[in-house]
Design a protein around this ligand. Sequence first.
Ligand SMILES: [Mn+2]
Length: 318
Amino acid sequence: MQITKQIIETLKKHPTIIIHRHERPDPDAIGSQAGLAAILTASFPDKKILITGYNEESLTFLKAMDTVDDASYELAAVVVCDTANQPRIDDKRFSEGQILVKIDHHPIVDDYGHVSWVDTKASSTSEMIYRLAKEESLTITDEAARLLYAGIVGDTGRFLYPSTTDQTFAVAAALAKHHFDRTALYNQMYEVDPKIARLKGYLLDQINISSEGSTNVRLTKDVLAAYDITSEQTSALVGAYGDIKGIRCWAIFVEEDDKIRVRLRSKGPVINQLAAKYRGGGHPLASGATVMSWEEADQLIKDLDDICRAHNNENKKG
Ligand SMILES: [Mn+2]
């Protein structure tokens, strides 16, 4: 049986469907979760469809979560959207339903769920939810279209990243036929907190590109205090050097009470082994690490430059 059909046949057997997604949600997590909920609500009006997880304040314009009591899980099918592994699922009650369904586009970290649909070629889980709805002739409401569109836009960086395929454009075009305010949606998604904007100014002012193409910045507690920014909030600035000519990889050091968090990014040199060396890990071009002192930060900067140099030499040869 086709996987989309298998998912819908499974969900049909349950009076309640509770949809989860990952912690620290992004627009695709909430877009796919709440978009699927809107589609199922319109398609199966007799069922109780709920979404759960904590409300991320900056994304409540997409959808606020439902309040889900424990009893609702008794007869429920649980769907988890956009989440590669179980520890990352928001709301730990996900295993308390009768059946678990995974829908995701990340490489498989953890093969969970009684039914699992993973398409690593999909730009976003939102794109997959659209295909699910289309394949199974479900009702796509305007609100569902707005949510799925937001998810696709979020995960593709406004159709910029290589994950954007002809299929992505086709799905976006179909969603754009629905009635929702795209301009308002973009404004909500991309408005920047003035405090973050000012700190970005600081980051850009600190650029000091090495001969190998690396740069780094130290956000000490004093700097964070001066800009009235928390360590968490600096995540919004991790890409700040991505479009600067000559920068191949960068480290953003963020001083916390007992350690220094390191956000690592690259446009070529592979950095996740470096991250692993410094108590972290992640993707080849996007990782995180931790150092315990500014001396150790200096060592990491040196290592980062070595990786950059090796990559540059490799490219010269090739
Ligand atoms: Mn996603």
